[in-house]
Design a protein around this ligand. Structure first.
Ligand code: PLP
Length: 446
């Protein structure tokens, strides 16, 4: 019996074949193009600002691996660091000095007005693990049961965090996930984002039993919806007044929007210091430079409740994997002020030009920013909550998306996702994107 198979040569063939073995043909739902329709692209390589599919067609990439690739794809110094680390061994199941170096770098970067809240860091492999562990830690630290989260905020796919969890579920029009028990779901209280009264109420009613509130430092999984001025500060204050911990999920924003994440943009006090300080931070994406690596960090008092020092268990065969650590270290070391200013510049130009193209075609829209993360909502006013995000004319996005894809620009395949720029988007690339916008805006207007 022959074991050879014909290699797939088109995206459609690749997708058809994948659907025969991978549920939905993918290993993460949004990749299936569910909400925009059409054939997902199957990529074979990526370099700088471009990704190339199995048909040999290249696209300017505004997904950037869903966030990690702030330097663009396959930055030579990151690849070199990864190759060197790989040549020394793929993993030892024991500690390496580089893990300490990466953790020290994170501690130094997460600093606002002289406040450095990360005294200890634990490396894990995915953002889901980081938030899951942070919650267990909060429960262990407080001896309390309940968790508060916001509708539309996404914190990974652990059971307790899937209620009204933003983009992935919204793309599939699901309120939550089957397979989560009612008992587990009941321990997560979901409230409206950007609504101080809802916060006060949930804490007034359940404060004695709330272990933590978890929040995206700026929501970017329901499209980008920044916190209203002062919202994060008020939230952390209210949580602390009730003895609950505040967990700032910076898996997506961390090291992308500022060296100190969204906290670096939002917390700086007028007279130095930080206006709000979460008890725990979670990181992912950029910290691993494109390889599977994530982390949680906070004060020594709380973090040292983790095993082996304390009673809260967490472990990982691949935690702190040396190749992933090498990619993260190289990426963070390269991500200097010039990189952040380029990211901001590209985001400014693209959001402004996209908005102008939509306006020229009479398409009602708003653009929202969280630093260099941005997205568009097809509505008259800026949505502040998940309900408002979902009320937009979301059907306009699919034709816009496909027009851009045909023109060689790969956007996130859902209106509920942020656009991700990279420092590799040079002026030539930016103008190619801009050239594609009028036709896409016309498609959105139809
Ligand atoms: N938290 C936030 C804010 C995220 O955006 C994500 C992923 O997009 C996660 C957690 C989960 O991370 P991962 O996909 O690495 O499990």
């Amino acid at each position: 019996m022959s074991t050879t198979s014909t290699p797939a040569t088109t995206n459609q063939q690749s997708f058809d074949r994948a659907r025969g073995i991978l549920p939905g043909g993918v290993n993460s739902p949004v990749r299936a193009f569910g909400s925009v329709g059409g054939t997902p692209r199957f990529y074979v390589k990526a370099s700088g600002s471009y990704v190339t599919d199995v048909e040999g067609r290249s696209y300017i990439d505004l997904v950037n691996s869903w966030g990690p690739a702030i330097l663009g794809h396959a930055h030579p110094e990151v690849i070199d660091a990864v190759q060197q680390a790989a040549s020394r061994g793929l993993g030892f199941g024991a500690s390496t000095p580089a893990e300490t170096e990466l953790a020290e770098l994170v501690r130094a970067r997460i600093s606002v007005g002289g406040v450095t809240p990360i005294e200890r860091l634990r490396l894990v492999s995915t953002g889901t693990e980081a938030t899951m562990t942070a919650i267990r830690l909060a429960r262990g630290a407080t001896g309390r049961r309940l968790l508060v989260k916001f509708a539309g905020h996404y914190h990974g796919h652990s059971d307790g965090l899937l209620a009204e969890a933003g983009s992935g579920l919204a793309t599939l029009s699901l309120p939550g996930s089957a397979g989560v028990t009612a008992e587990t779901a009941a321990q997560t209280l979901v409230i409206e984002y950007n609504n101080i009264a809802a916060l006060e109420q949930v804490f007034a009613e359940n404060g004695h039993d709330i272990a933590a509130i978890i929040f995206e430092a700026a929501a970017a999984n329901m499209g980008v919806v920044p916190p209203q001025p002062g919202f994060n500060e008020a939230m952390v204050r209210i949580a602390h007044e009730h003895g609950a911990l505040a967990i700032s999920d910076e898996v997506l924003t961390g090291f992308r929007v500022d060296p100190a994440g969204y906290w670096g943009l939002d917390a700086r006090g007028d007279a130095g210091g930080a206006r709000w300080v979460p008890d725990l931070f979670t990181f992912g994406k950029v910290i691993g430079g494109g390889l599977p690596l994530a982390a949680l960090g906070g004060s020594a008092r709380i973090m040292e409740l983790l095993a082996p020092l304390g009673p809260v268990y967490q472990a990982g065969t691949l935690s702190g994997n040396p190749v992933a650590v090498a990619a993260g270290l190289a990426t963070l070391r390269l991500a200097d002020d010039a990189v952040y200013s380029r990211l901001n510049q590209v985001a400014d130009t693209l959001s402004r030009e996209t908005s102008a193209a939509l306006t020229a075609e009479g398409v009602e829209h708003v653009v929202q920013h969280a630093g260099n993360l941005f997205s568009f909502a097809f509505s008259a006013t800026a949505p502040l909550t998940f309900a408002e995000v979902k009320a937009q004319q979301g059907y306009r996005y699919a034709p816009f998306f496909h027009s851009m894809l045909e023109a060689g620009v790969s956007l996130p395949p859902s209106v509920f996702e942020a656009w991700f720029v990279s420092a590799a988007h040079d002026d030539g690339v930016v103008s190619k994107i801009v050239d594609a916008l009028p036709a896409a805006a016309k498609a959105a207007a139809a």
